[in-house]
Design a protein around this ligand. Structure first.
Ligand code: FES
Ligand code: FES
Length: 152
């Protein structure tokens, strides 16, 4: 079937098979490789995108079920010339090591700060509880999000 999506503000369409996930379509058909696939079982959050206003694991969303949806990926948050405040803060705080988890963390953090401008530390931890990082130990990640909260 053909699915129509709004991705990062642009009308996009893709012909999808029943088994294809939104993650697969974003990466393999639409070329948006910022969104990462790791576990592909809904466990790690590497594939997080904003779907109709909610953060979801795109590996768990069937592409066919996303027909008509509005999707924001990490590519839609900022550009290399004009980073999102969360991206700037991740760079400034050194919150990136291998970087595999980073797009998902940035998407989840940006969504949090859009929906709650003054999150408490516990609320930040809760918002990121679905995003696993194997490298940073989370300290720099949490400092970055607190810095972005102040910047925003
Ligand atoms: S790749 Fe989707 S949750 Fe891990
Ligand atoms: S920076 Fe490597 S998994 Fe998070």
């Amino acid at each position: 079937m053909i699915v129509q999506l709004t991705v990062n503000g642009e009308d996009r369409h893709a012909e999808v098979a029943g088994w294809e996930s939104l993650l697969w379509v974003l990466r393999e058909q639409l070329g948006l490789t910022g969104t990462k696939g790791a576990c592909e079982q809904g466990e790690c959050g590497s594939c997080s995108v904003i779907l109709d206003g909610e953060v979801v694991c795109s590996c768990l969303v069937m592409a066919a079920d996303a027909d008509g949806a509005d999707v924001t990926t990490v590519e839609g948050l900022g550009t290399p010339e004009d980073l999102h405040p969360v991206q700037e803060a991740f760079v400034a705080e050194g919150a990136v090591q291998c970087g595999y988890c980073t797009p998902g963390l940035v998407v989840a953090a940006a969504h949090l700060l859009e929906t709650n401008r003054r999150p408490e530390p516990d609320q930040i931890r809760e918002a990121l509880s679905g995003n696993l990082c194997r490298c940073t130990g989370y300290g720099a990640v949490l400092r970055a999000i607190e810095a972005a909260r102040e910047a925003m």
